[in-house]
Design a protein around this ligand. Sequence first.
Ligand SMILES: [Zn+2]
Length: 407
Amino acid sequence: MDKEVIKKYKILIQDVENYVLKKNGRRKATRKHWTPEDREKWKLRYPECPLCHESYDESNPITKEHITPLFLGGPERDCNVIAICHKCNKSRDNVMKKLLATTDIAQIRERWPAIKPAVDNFVIWCHITLYDYDNLDQVKDLNHAFKNERNIDLAVKNKNNFLINNSKSFFYSVLDSLRNITSKKDMPLNSGSDIKLDSVSSIIPAEKTNTSSINDNTIIRPDVIFDLNNWVLENWKNKSDYNKMKTQILRHEKDNGGNRKLRTILKDDFDIPKSWSVKKISSYFEDLKTKIQSSTVKTPINTVQEKEPNVIPSRDELKVILAKNITKRIGANTYKDGFKISQIAYIFKQSKEKYEVSWNKFFTHLGVKYEENVETTCKKLLLELDLTIEESLDKNGDQKYLFSESN
Ligand SMILES: [Zn+2]
């Protein structure tokens, strides 16, 4: 990636880093979803998806996109919001999941700074694809990954875009608001060492050095990271699985155009030092497995529930319980295409009945004002929970909510 481009996005990247390292004291922004009116307004302003240029319809409705993802510290403000179609939204998500292998900020923190180049690259890509088409060439790998998901060539699609005039004000307002936060710090513009971006640029270190032999030993790093966590969770039993892992990772590397050796991959992508023995890696994987298992099953609040079933937990605890009651149903077939608000209300009702309180008391306890009817109020309550929500419409035009595990 060009130095100029990195310089341009330096403030955004710095802001993400500050969030990851908890230096800016910011909490993850609470997701607000669009009302049907919001959606119509956005549709009027931008009648087609800026990525694929298709019009919105029932099969591919308009959705809200946070340009810098919320879980990476992106703000829930207009400067960070754009309308894109459901399919492109999903595809961007998939690119992110493949690249970062997680959407859990705790895991990003754990893998920092090894994962920083990938995060930087992704954030820059998020912005370039929407506002900065001149630099699309700088993020070829991710464009390619997106193309694999959505079968759309962004470089071609965005030659004649309609957003460009508005885009500057959007983009610069992000920069401005961030500049206010960060300007006091002395930020050295890219020194070259702190940001190592996509594989294209790392293959050809144009402005680097005289010493390296570039051509023969060029290391090609694919932009899709092997989903090691998941593999370990599903397949790892003991040391004897090491070779199986090796085969899988190397195959994945090859399939995605990379050529690194196993230990380089483990070091680059998963921060596993080359000096570790197979035995050490093995026990690391066993720990990892236990950790993942306990983090997916963990329901710390249940103990509170079991002890005193009729005492309503504190507001924050109850919010966690409600969120959990939703997320534990995510895999179920019934909710495959998302939750209807009536289903959400039912889930809340079940929780409410445990504490033998009225709806009124339940909502008041949670700090939500009763509005119109239970469902409308439940909708409001839903937004108060720490959940990552994506809205869409089903074929009957009913609103559906899709959740992913929050972080
Ligand atoms: Zn689209």
